[in-house]
Design a protein around this ligand. Structure first.
Ligand code: SF4
Length: 243
């Protein structure tokens, strides 16, 4: 059976499982090398708590683009201390950033979608590739209701690009469920969430959202919604491509 077909079978098998049940099953398979990538959003903080509780020892990594909010750096430090864990930090290649900035400008992302995607590629995707090297399972905090680019995210999918299974344990969680969990366990979170930032990325590419706006409307706000991904998470438009 191909990896994609196997992923489809697993989605059916785990369709009624809770997030901790899915984490426990997938992270404890023989020879499994799981990696959780966090950007310290609310969902990531929930998953960090679940991982520390149910499957401690899973690698937790983050990508430092060099353009994050000061609040995010403080939360990185606080999260590591709060849970007593080591969080691996991956940086972009110095030479690649220098070449990009010196040829296209330090705030190149505002000039075109091509420039914005290049910046995300150099500062995020290339680091992610190194972070996932050798891994067999990639855990993310993606939720379907976050945006139109994520509404078809399955629980588990085969990711051809990195040659591993990708697990989205919170795919069906609502924003309310995430907040309830954060408050129930008194989990530290980014203070920007209380200032109108539901989704937090790099500082120059994130603004607060207005009442009634989409959760990710503040990310790359000058672009159309269907373009709003940094290349780390891509899903089919209009049709679920994995399940
Ligand atoms: S979010 Fe903005 S600053 Fe961050 S990597 Fe992407 S384009 Fe660059």
């Amino acid at each position: 059976m191909g990896m994609q077909a196997q992923a489809e079978k697993l989605n059916k098998q785990f369709s009624n499982s809770t997030a901790p049940e899915a984490l426990q099953y997938f992270c404890t398979q023989p020879g499994q090398k799981a990696v959780f990538t966090t950007s310290f959003g609310l969902e990531d903080q929930v998953l960090t708590h679940m991982i520390c509780t149910w499957v401690p020892g899973v690698r937790i990594v983050t990508l430092d683009t060099g353009r994050l909010f000061e609040e995010t750096y403080q939360l990185l430090d606080l999260t590591a201390k709060h849970f007593g864990i080591k969080i691996e930090v991956y940086f972009p290649e110095q030479k690649r950033v220098e070449e990009m900035v010196n040829s296209r400008g330090v705030n190149l992302f505002y000039d075109s979608i091509e420039n914005r995607k290049l910046c995300c590629h150099v500062r995020k995707t290339e680091s992610l590739k190194r972070a996932l090297a050798g891994a067999s399972l990639w855990i993310t905090g993606i939720r379907r209701e976050q945006s139109v680019t994520r509404y078809s995210a399955p629980l588990v999918e085969w990711n051809d690009q990195y040659g591993l299974l990708k697990l989205n344990p919170l795919k069906d969680w609502t924003e309310q469920m995430v907040w309830d969990y954060i408050r129930l366990y008194n989990i530290p979170y980014n203070p920007l969430h209380d200032k109108g930032f539901p989704s937090i990325g790099c500082s120059p590419c994130t603004r607060a959202v207005r009442e009634g706006e989409d959760l990710r409307a503040g990310r790359w706000w000058w672009e159309q919604p269907e373009n709003k991904e940094c290349g780390l998470h891509i899903y089919a438009k209009g049709k679920d491509k994995s399940v």
